[in-house]
Design a protein around this ligand. Structure first.
Ligand SMILES: NC(=O)c1ccc[n+]([C@@H]2O[C@H](COP(=O)([O-])OP(=O)(O)OC[C@H]3O[C@@H](n4cnc5c(N)ncnc54)[C@H](OP(=O)(O)O)[C@@H]3O)[C@@H](O)[C@H]2O)c1
Length: 241
C-alpha cells in the first residue's frame, strides 16, 4: 500500500488531502500542531482502521521533526506533501515592515519544507514513487502589492524545491511545488473559488501523474505548469509612510 506524509494535515487543504488519499486507498501519516487536533480530524483518523496515523509535528522544530522521522524510520513514504503554511496579510505600508512576522513566515513557509525534505529523504528514497511536493502559491510568483512576507517566502520555497530536486535527482526523487488554487478558508474569509475538497482532488491528480521529467516544476492545480515569476502589467502601487 502506498503512503503519504502530510504536514498541516488538520488545516483546510491538509485535511481534505488526508481524506482524499485515504479514500484512494493510501496510508496517511497525518501530521499537525497539537493544538490543531480538532474533533473531526481526530475522529476521522480513529475510524480509519489504522490507515491514518496522527503525529504532532511543528515543522519549525528540528527535534520534533527528527523524532517523527525516527519513529517512521522503517516506513517508505511515497509522497512527502508539505502543506503547512502561514498566511498573514502584512507590510502594506512601505517603511513599516513587520520583520518579526516575516521571520515567522520564513520559518514556516520556506525552512519548514526544507527541514522536512532533509529529514524524510531516506523514507522517500526507499519508496516506489519518491515524490516530494510542497504547496507554494501563485502569490509568490506574481509581483503585486502587500503580503510581503508571504509572497517572498512562497517564492523562496519554489527555489527550495528546485534545490531539493537537484540534490536528490540521482536517487530518483521528483521534487516539485504547486499552487492549490484559490481555496475557501478562514484566511480569505471563505472567498476562494475552490472548496478544499476540490483543491485536494486536483492536487491528488497532479501528484499521482508526476514523472521524473516533472522534477523542479511548479504546478497549477489543473496540472499545467507555471513560471516561477510572472509579469503583472499594473500592480497596485505601495502606500508610503
Ligand atoms: N487557501 C488558499 O487559497 C491558498 C492559496 C495558495 C496557497 N495556499 C497554501 O496552501 C497551504 C494550506 O493552506 P490552507 O489554505 O489549507 O490554510 P490553513 O487551513 O491555515 O492550513 C495551514 C495549516 O498549517 C498549519 N501550520 C502553521 N504553522 C505550522 C507549523 N509550524 N507546523 C505545522 N503546521 C503548521 C496551520 O495551523 P494553525 O491554523 O494552527 O496555524 C494550518 O493547520 C498553505 O501552505 C497555504 O499557504 C493556500
Amino acid at each position: 500500500m502506498e503512503s503519504v506524509l502530510i504536514t498541516g494535515a488538520a488545516g483546510h487543504v491538509g485535511f481534505a488531502l488526508t481524506q482524499k488519499f485515504f479514500h484512494e486507498g493510501w496510508r496517511v501519516f497525518a501530521t499537525c500542531l497539537p493544538k490543531d487536533r480538532m474533533p473531526a480530524f481526530t475522529e476521522f483518523a480513529e475510524h480509519s482502521q489504522g490507515r491514518v496515523r496522527m503525529f504532532d509535528l511543528d515543522i519549525t522544530d528540528a527535534q520534533n521533526i527528527a523524532s517523527v522521522a525516527t519513529t517512521l524510520k522503517n516506513e517508505p513514504i511515497d509522497v512527502l506533501f508539505n502543506v503547512a503554511g502561514l498566511t498573514v496579510q502584512s507590510d502594506i505600508v512601505f517603511g513599516q515592515t513587520d520583520y518579526d512576522l516575516w521571520d515567522k513566515h520564513f520559518a514556516i513557509n520556506t525552512k519548514g519544507p526544507m527541514r522536512m525534505c532533509e529529514a524524510f529523504a531516506p523514507h522517500v528514497i526507499a519508496s516506489k514513487r519518491k515524490v516530494m511536493m510542497t504547496i507554494s502559491s501563485r502569490m509568490g510568483a506574481k509581483p503585486n502589492y502587500g503580503f510581503v512576507g508571504y509572497r517572498a517566502t512562497k517564492s523562496a520555497v519554489s527555489q527550495v524545491m528546485f534545490q531539493v530536486g537537484l540534490a536528490l535527482k540521482d536517487k530518483g526523487v521528483i521534487a516539485a511545488a504547486c499552487h492549490p488554487g484559490w481555496v475557501r478558508t478562514k484566511n480569505n474569509d471563505n472567498k476562494g473559488s475552490l472548496s478544499p475538497e476540490q483543491s485536494a482532488a486536483m492536487l491528488y491528480n497532479v501528484v499521482v501523474n508526476l514523472t521524473p521529467e516533472d522534477n523542479f516544476k511548479f504546478f497549477d492545480p489543473d496540472g499545467t505548469t507555471l513560471p516561477l515569476v510572472t509579469q503583472q502589467t499594473q500592480p497596485k502601487p505601495y502606500a508610503m509612510t
